[in-house]
Design a protein around this ligand. Structure first.
Ligand code: MG
Length: 388
């Protein structure tokens, strides 16, 4: 079998595009992958076009060797753009291999540990009585792990008065108070976490944690940026709240300090950014050695979800997969684009036994004009930039 072409597709989806890679072969089998460097599609597209030049004619079954060649071929290896492109190609190669061998991808990753993959959901309100009402409704619907986004960010959220305004010191007391009230309202059983989307400094993150009784939070997701593991080590000494980190990591090497130095307690691994299933499986094993469970990042489309379900099925240390159901509890209702896609059943995905990843593209899909997505650019009151 040989690779005959590699194509890309950017499909508008919510506030960003889905970046899809299609690897075609001379057998007629094709594989699907998705890249996770959201809003920077053209960087991924350009990297895929570079790899396409020499991947055509190659054996798609040599996934691990091709990963090494892609990662190390440009001398200036690594980085998020290149690794997101490699992730998408790697995932597509797994899809092809599964179809060629007539097995689901989990069989290629060591076999199935579980028949379904548990998920967590993000509450639609971040503060106020509606937060407690919303979480109670989710718990009544069967969810057991709920993530809350930090209060007071951006237009249309908690502060519609200032476009793109975000003040950490306003968010901290508001979020801490409502999470404390939420814990009191729902009791000890639910797993509760807060996502801060790396908007805080070390001191701010510590202040936030110290404003809540111990045991209120089960995880704090990315309170600060991750370029400096030593900063996280400092924060680690200032709070006992477990951390959930890693959605932006683009290789096992970025995971290294966070796992080896005991900084993160949940692995927010993203198969579309870390380097595909080849790299994700290695990180999962490494996390297992440190008794760290996976809480995979999954904000993209059905290909990302399908690949992550296969990974979660094939590792012993899966905890909970991020998912974004609509009001009807459904995900990805896009039949114009996908003829087969993961279907959420309550709070979990049943692991697909179809050959490959378990997602198929609609051959009749007509490509839309490219749209230029951009995440909100947040500012503080003094005009300085603030992470979204
Ligand atoms: Mg996150």
């Amino acid at each position: 079998m040989k690779i005959t072409d590699i194509k890309t597709l950017s499909v508008p989806h919510g506030i960003k595009n889905m970046f899809i890679v299609i690897v075609e072969t001379d057998t007629g089998l094709y594989g699907l992958g998705e890249g996770g460097l959201s809003t920077r599609d053209l960087a991924m597209k350009g990297a895929v076009e570079h790899y396409r030049q020499w991947l055509i004619g190659r054996d798609p079954m040599k996934r691990d060797a091709l990963w090494q060649e892609m990662y190390r071929s440009q001398y200036f290896e690594g980085g998020r753009a290149l690794t997101a492109a490699i992730s998408a190609i790697d995932m597509a190669l797994y899809d092809i291999a599964g179809k060629a061998l007539n097995v689901p991808v989990y069989e290629l990753l060591g076999g199935k540990h579980r028949d379904f993959v548990d998920c967590f959901v993000t509450a639609g309100a971040s503060s106020g009585p509606q937060l407690i009402e919303r979480c109670q409704h989710l718990l009544d619907s069967g969810w057991s792990t709920i993530r809350v986004t930090a209060a007071d960010h951006g237009p249309g959220r908690d502060d519609p008065t200032g476009p793109g305004l975000y003040e950490p010191r306003q968010s901290i007391p508001l979020t801490a108070q409502w999470i404390t009230d939420l814990r009191q309202a729902v009791g000890l059983a639910p797993v509760l976490g807060v996502e801060y989307h790396h908007r805080l400094s070390v001191a701010e993150a510590a202040s936030f944690c110290q404003r809540m009784p111990s045991g209120t939070l089960d995880f704090l997701e990315e309170p600060i940026r991750d370029e400096t593991p030593e900063a996280y080590e400092t924060l680690r000494t200032m709070t006992d709240v477990p951390f959930a980190i890693g959605e932006e990591f683009a290789s096992k090497w970025q995971w290294l300090p966070y796992i080896e130095r005991g900084i993160t307690n949940f692995a927010r691994i993203d198969v579309c950014n870390v380097g595909g299933l080849t790299e994700a499986k290695k990180v999962a094993g490494w996390a297992e050695a440190h008794y760290i469970n996976l809480m995979p990042h999954n904000p993209l489309g059905p290909i990302c979800t399908a690949a992550t379900i296969q990974l979660a099925a094939a590792v012993p240390n899966h905890f909970s997969l991020e998912v974004w159901p609509n009001a009807e509890g459904k995900v990805f209702e896009m039949p114009e684009l996908f003829t087969v896609q993961p279907q959420l059943e309550g709070t979990r995905f049943v692991v697909s036994d179809r050959p490959g990843l378990g997602v198929e593209l609609n051959p009749d899909y007509v490509e839309q004009p490219f749209c230029w997505p951009e995440f909100p650019h947040l500012h503080r009151r003094d005009g300085s930039h603030q992470n979204w």
